[in-house]
Design a protein around this ligand. Structure first.
Ligand code: ADP
Ligand code: ZN
Ligand code: ZN
Length: 651
């Protein structure tokens, strides 16, 4: 019998945005399968997005595929449609989009897998009235967007789980996103006991082939609840009824590489397509989400009562002006007191970057760009203050324009310096430091946290990783060494992030002890991001920050596109960015404001120089079209252009 040739349209995980024709004489249809095919001189994995018995027009030679990878189809029309949307929304090729959605493609990067949470309930609890109302609201309506806004310990997880149960009982599927998930995550044991084997948990320890097994389990309908980090938003859940996004404010929901999608945006799209509801939750919503709640575009559900026991700790702001080292008198005193009580201390240094910043040490003033009003960054070598949004430069002042103090300059401290000081002051205390340098050794984070939990350590010092220890019962004191270090980042969200960080530290610190204490050291005690966080005036801060953003024209009142140009030859990068600038100016897109080009705050990454242009607009579609056009005509072999829609990080 003669086998029948069919023609396949195959796409590859390359920036080239077109499909290629291959032939196949396989007996089964191959739509949704991965295949190996010769592309140029290489053999690549491709995705079959359509097939036909007709030979396409054109007189070119059509090669047969080399082999079929999968035994069962991996995706269908639904995934292809979503990939098309991702590809056009986030400016990548269809192949890149599909490949980032499917297992066996890329994995999320995560911090080391270790969790320390309180014991969990394997059976549904009797809900509080507020929780009951929330579950009702989430499950009673189709295709709505809701927000579970509840303080730490208010039982959001229980609400999500019971809402999921109801939706599943109606025969629908659920996706439950968390910022990171590991085998030991408390949620995994909880859902395993409540949902048996109807769950698929896409955790960080899965190998690509285990991922594939989970994926098929979901496609078959054997798993109806999917739990995972960012990329689980693509899980092929059948008859999707609900998407849950826990800790909505977390930056890890935004992909750091192409396609630079935001799980929240994709979730909205998916919910829209399948008529599902979307519920997000946090104790510290992003300002964007808060704005949508205020506008009534998201239904807000409140959880105001703490069900976990414990109390809100006392938050005390400590003014660092005039203090010599990294530890204030107050903090030193409280570490002593804590130790005498037989309790433990956590010292927290901000996660990101520039631990050195330029400011007035007398009044806390820092230099902002007149045009963009983000903090300017001090460049010591050139003795210049630089705005990383618009590129403008000025000389640093030697007198503070606010208070006329001559004590202006740069300050800041890193973990090592702080560690040295503590050891000097407290030679008899047992101290451990955890940060990205010390956890490189496998398992060291886990063992340090274990030691700390068993109270074999007195002080735990480090970056955001120490946050994992905040739930330990032995902890009385949390010291935020320098709340300002995130405040002076050249990012319009610097204030919001600082506020949110303090709120989270404080919220978790009070989980167990009744006498918890948080000391917040700062040079800028009157900054609302610090003072209002310390007083837990969250909504007041949000309103203030929203108003500030409105005046300055930043999101959520506008949308941003970020174009990053990178290459090893700085001059070429600059020239290219300038060329893009003139094209953009020429097109005269309505309501498009162009900032830059300017150096990126992180100017050089692995030998590549980076420059950026920010586009700010109230005309999202118009600018999106312009950028798409730009992306099509832009070509350079030496300079690469990254496009980030609604960027979250601007460093
Ligand atoms: P959140 O996610 O809002 O910070 P959790 O979901 O972690 O809060 O819940 C905090 C604690 O309260 C958990 O130990 C949980 O088991 C408990 N909890 C939740 N709901 C109830 C309830 N209805 N009755 C009693 N305890 C509850
Ligand atoms: Zn001053
Ligand atoms: Zn500027």
């Amino acid at each position: 019998m003669e086998s029948k040739i069919r023609y396949l349209q195959v796409i590859f995980n390359t920036p080239v945005n077109s499909s290629f024709t291959y032939s196949s004489d396989s007996d089964s249809l191959l739509l949704g399968y991965r295949v190996i095919a010769v592309f140029g001189r290489r053999s690549l994995t491709g995705f079959v997005i359509s097939e036909s018995p007709e030979r396409p027009e054109g007189n070119y030679k059509i090669k047969p595929i080399k082999r079929v990878i999968d035994k069962k189809p991996l995706f269908g029309e639904g995934e292809i449609d979503l990939a098309r949307w991702i590809s056009s929304m986030y400016f990548c090729s269809l192949g890149e989009a599909l490949s980032s959605m499917l297992p066996g493609g890329r994995r999320d990067s995560r911090s080391p897998a270790f969790d320390t949470e309180d014991p969990v309930s394997a059976v549904p609890r009797k809900l509080s009235r507020e929780q009951e109302i929330a579950v009702e609201a989430i499950t009673n309506f189709d295709n709505r967007i809701l927000y579970l806004y509840g303080i730490t310990g208010s039982g959001k997880t229980e609400v999500f789980l019971q809402a999921a149960e109801k939706v599943i009982a109606e025969g629908q599927g659920v996706i439950y996103l968390v910022p990171e998930i590991s085998l030991t995550h408390q949620l995994t044991s909880q859902v395993r006991s409540r949902f048996d084997d109807k769950v698929a948990i896409i955790h960080s320890a899965l190998t690509p082939s285990q991922r594939l097994v989970e994926w098929h389990k979901i496609r078959n309908g054997d798993a109806v609840l999917v739990i995972g980090a960012r990329s689980a938003v693509f899980a092929p859940v059948i008859n999707l009824g609900l998407v849950i996004i826990d800790e909505e404010h977390e930056g890890s929901y935004k992909s750091g590489r192409a396609p630079r999608y935001h799980a929240r945006q994709v979730a909205m799209k998916r919910a829209g397509i399948s008529g599902a509801s979307l519920v997000m939750g946090s104790a510290t919503p992003s300002l964007e989400a808060y704005y949508l709640m205020e506008e009534g575009r998201i239904i807000r559900l409140n959880l105001t009562k703490r069900l976990s026991g414990g109390a809100v700790p006392r938050n005390i702001v400590v003014d660092m002006k005039g203090s010599g080292g990294s530890l204030s008198k107050e903090l030193i005193q409280e570490i002593k007191v804590t130790h005498e009580m037989g309790k433990q201390t956590i010292l927290f240094l901000n996660r990101r970057g520039f631990s050195y910043f330029f400011h007035c040490r007398s009044c806390g003033w820092d230099m902002k760009c007149r045009q963009c009003s983000v903090s300017m960054t001090f460049h010591k070598k050139r003795n210049k203050m630089v705005c990383h949004y618009c590129g403008s430069e000025t000389t640093p002042v030697s007198v503070c324009p606010e208070c006329s103090s001559l004590d202006v300059g740069y300050s800041g401290f890193g973990t090592e310096l702080v560690e040295g000081e503590i050891r000097k002051i407290f030679p008899n205390l047992r101290i451990a430091r955890i940060d990205s340098d010390t956890v490189k050794k496998k398992g060291s984070l886990g063992s340090t946290l274990k030691e700390f939990r068993e109270q074999n350590l007195d002080i735990l010092l480090g970056t955001q990783m120490v946050a994992k220890g905040l739930n330990f019962p032995g902890v009385r004191l949390v010291g935020i060494i320098l709340a300002d270090s995130g405040l002076h980042l050249p990012d319009f969200r610097a204030g919001e992030r600082t506020f949110s960080l303090i709120m989270q530290v404080s919220g978790r610190a009070g989980r167990y002890s009744k006498d918890g204490l948080v000391l917040i050291q700062t040079y800028d005690p009157n900054n609302p991001a610090i003072s209002m966080a310390a007083d837990l005036r969250q909504e007041e801060y949000f309103k203030l920050e929203l108003e500030k953003r409105r005046v300055l024209g930043f999101p959520p009142w506008s949308r941003l596109f970020r174009l990053v140009f990178r290459g090893s030859d700085e001059e070429k990068v600059v020239t290219y960015a300038e060329r893009v600038l003139s094209s953009l100016e020429e097109w005269q897109v309505e309501h498009m404001e162009i900032l830059g080009p300017a150096e990126c705050p992180v100017k050089k990454i692995s030998g590549n120089y980076r420059y950026q242009i920010l586009l700010r607009t109230s005309n999202f579609n118009g600018v999106h079209e312009a950028v798409e056009h730009l992306n099509r005509i832009a070509s350079s072999s030496t300079v690469y252009m990254e496009i980030d829609v609604d960027p979250v990080s601007l460093l």
